[in-house]
Design a protein around this ligand. Structure first.
Ligand SMILES: [Zn+2]
Length: 164
């Protein structure tokens, strides 16, 4: 190995560990805080409001097991609300069977969600969360059906379905 290359590696490794420290708190902040003051609850307040499973998804950006949610097979007309704050996020009109094992939608209700980049699996993904309480919902991909081409891959535990 030539000298130039080994010097580059010496610089690269410490730089990467510094980046990890910077990105980790940023990821944690995004779903913990919200601009809506009344929904800026403490960890304890969220734990009291939610089941441990929903807390893990909504407040710690967890992911439920594929095919574990009953909402996968929910085919009635209605609205899917945030399980954290009850904000309406998706309409049944945009729900479809993606075959992935998670409730999937090709569009969200206008203004209901916000997105951020997520590097948890190293490859960047687009995380999205409820725009009111900041609760993590899932990830959005560009392999969905028309007319949007989007696939909102949502945790069932982060949603509450209200039939019409
Ligand atoms: Zn919410």
């Amino acid at each position: 190995m030539n000298q130039f290359l080994s010097r580059r590696i010496f610089i690269l490794i410490p730089t990467m560990s510094i980046l990890k420290f910077i990105f980790k708190p940023m990821n944690a902040l995004a779903s913990s805080f919200t601009s809506k003051e009344e929904w800026n609850l403490s960890k304890e307040e969220w734990k009291n409001r939610l089941t441990p499973e929903s807390y893990y998804i909504l407040r710690e950006e967890g992911t439920e097991r594929a095919f574990s949610s009953q909402l996968n097979n929910e085919k009635r007309k209605g609205i899917f609300h945030c399980a954290g704050c009850d904000f309406p996020l998706f309409s049944s009109d945009t729900k479809y069977d993606s075959g992935t094992g998670w409730p999937s939608f090709w569009d969200s209700i206008l203004g209901s969600i916000e997105t951020k980049r997520d590097f948890k699996l190293i490859v960047p993904r687009t995380e999205y969360h409820c725009s009111r309480c900041g609760g993590h919902q899932g990830h959005v991909f560009n392999d969905g059906p028309q007319p949007t081409g989007k696939r909102y891959c949502n945790n069932g535990l982060a949603l509450k379905f209200k039939p019409d």
